[in-house]
Design a protein around this ligand. Sequence first.
Ligand code: PEP
Ligand code: MN
Length: 345
Amino acid sequence: MVVVMHAGASEAQIQGVIQHLNEFGFDVHRSSGVQQTVLGAIGVKPDFDVRHIKLIDGVANVYRITEPYKFASRDWKQDNTIIDVRGVAIGGDEVVVMAGPCSVESEEQMDTAAACVAAQGATFLRGGAFKPRSSPYSFQGLGEDGLRIMRKAADRYSLRVISEVMEVAQIPVVYDHVDIFQIGARNMQNYSLLRQIGKTDKPVFLKRGLSATIQEWLMSAEYIMAQGNQYVILCERGIRTFETSTRNTLDLSAVPVVKSKSHLPVIVDPSHGTGLRDKVIPMARAAVAAGADGLMVEVHPDPNSAKSDGPQSLYFDQFEDMMRQIRMIALAIGRAIHAPQQVPV
Ligand code: PEP
Ligand code: MN
């Protein structure tokens, strides 16, 4: 249940409502904006009569949240959530681009990739140091060395870092090197990982599970938010369907669907979404047109020798083309993309 207080409600009135809710057995989470205070009453009480609360002084409106998730829902927070990551706003007017190779492989690879993506206006460097590979015999990532390499390259070109954390034990080490934690598709329903990450204070990039419905995805966001971390960014990265022409089926309609159900930013990953580099640019264009708040794209200095996901990684010149094209689309819908940067040589 959500209780919206009148714009001019006094602190005493707000405290009065909180006390009543507590007496009825609800846990209360308070969100005070510039204009209004909204109280989220958590607790399953199907027979509770909302008029008990509606009639209290200072209450403007009370309504039940019909969705099973609360903090992630638009009922709980009407305004879009904008997450500031060291000066870059995710979920605002700017369409944010996160780019880099699938895996961190070497200093040289990361430095070249960082220079390329920064020069085109990306603001985040991506790269996996702990890799969730389908085969236990495939390259598993460089671990902490990989994170150090990535941080150094990112700092050189004023980029922020996003990298995947696969298990609870990795949280402290990943925390020390990244600006955003990535939770991979395979871990979307790893509830103990979600709970622990929810206790940290860094933003979390939550990829949609391989066969997760939008509701299941938002319930996973709720796991993180219920622990206190409200900085969740959702990422549509394609789902399993009967179609075999592409690696996954990129569900672009998820963008407007999530936008209507949730206030959280939504980013699209057309690389894992299609698995084929010639399909990445068209889907990147479509994602921006559909209203995505950003893109996550795999780019590699030499895709043919990539240790993972080479076939879906863009060449540098393709990345440049993509950026040029999506810049025009962003402009057409009243948004922008960070300007190309002069990078150190
Ligand atoms: C990745 O970003 O490299 C990755 C493994 O993504 P996903 O979890 O979407 O498969
Ligand atoms: Mn990958």
